[in-house]
Design a protein around this ligand. Structure first.
Ligand code: ATP
Ligand code: MG
Length: 161
C-alpha cells in the first residue's frame, strides 16, 4: 500500500459531487472551509472512504433545508477534518456504540434507508490504520459533528514506501 500526497479540498469536492443529487433533493446548504493548498500524505483510497462515509451520513441523516459544514485545517503534525450536520443527532447512550459494525440507532427507520450499518465502522478502522482517530460530538435533534485527526505525513511505518 502506497501513501501519496492528497489535496484535501479536491478530495472533499469530489465526495460532495457524488452526493449532488441527495443534496439537491433535501435542499441542503453546503459550507466547505478547506484551504486550497492543504495536503496530506496518506493512503488516498482510505482517506477518501473516510470522508465519503462521513459526508454520506451528514447528508442522509440531515433534515430538509439543513446544513452540512466541512472544515479542515492543519497544525504542525495533524490534519483535523470535521463534518458537521444539522440532522437528527445521536443520543448520548448510542454515541459510544456508533462505531460498531452493524450498529444502527433506529433500526426501523434506518432499514428503509438501505444502509448496512458499516459506514462508521469503516471510518473508525481506516483512521486507526492511518494513525489517527475520530471523535463525535452530537446532540439529539440538533446535529452531529464528527472530527477526524490524521497525521499530515507521519504514517504508521507499514504504509511508508
Ligand atoms: P451505511 O453502511 O450505509 O453507512 P448506516 O448509515 O446505517 O449504513 P453508519 O454510517 O455506520 O451506518 O451509521 C450507523 C448509525 O449511526 C446510522 O444507522 C444512524 O443511526 C447513526 N448515524 C450515523 N451518522 C449519523 C449522523 N450524522 N446523524 C445522525 N445519526 C447518524
Ligand atoms: Mg452511513
Amino acid at each position: 500500500v502506497q501513501a501519496k500526497p492528497v489535496n484535501v479540498q479536491a478530495l472533499v469536492t469530489d465526495a460532495l459531487q457524488s452526493l449532488k443529487q441527495p443534496i439537491a433533493e433535501k435542499q441542503l446548504t453546503i459550507n466547505a472551509d478547506v484551504p486550497d493548498d492543504l495536503a496530506i500524505t496518506t493512503v488516498p483510497a482510505k482517506f477518501s472512504q473516510v470522508v465519503r462515509n462521513l459526508l454520506n451520513n451528514a447528508v442522509f441523516y440531515n433534515r430538509k433545508d439543513g446544513v452540512v459544514t466541512v472544515t479542515a485545517k492543519a497544525d504542525e503534525k495533524n490534519l483535523k477534518l470535521s463534518v458537521q450536520d444539522t440532522g437528527i443527532g445521536i443520543a448520548e447512550n448510542d454515541q459510544e456504540r456508533i462505531f460498531e459494525r452493524f450498529y444502527r440507532v433506529d433500526k426501523a427507520r434506518s432499514r428503509h434507508n438501505g444502509g448496512t450499518g458499516l459506514g462508521l465502522a469503516i471510518v473508525h478502522d481506516m483512521v486507526l490504520q492511518l494513525g489517527g482517530d475520530v471523535t463525535l460530538n452530537s446532540q439529539l435533534g440538533v446535529g452531529s459533528t464528527f472530527t477526524v485527526t490524521l497525521p499530515l505525513t507521519d504514517l504508521p511505518s507499514f504504509y511508508k514506501g
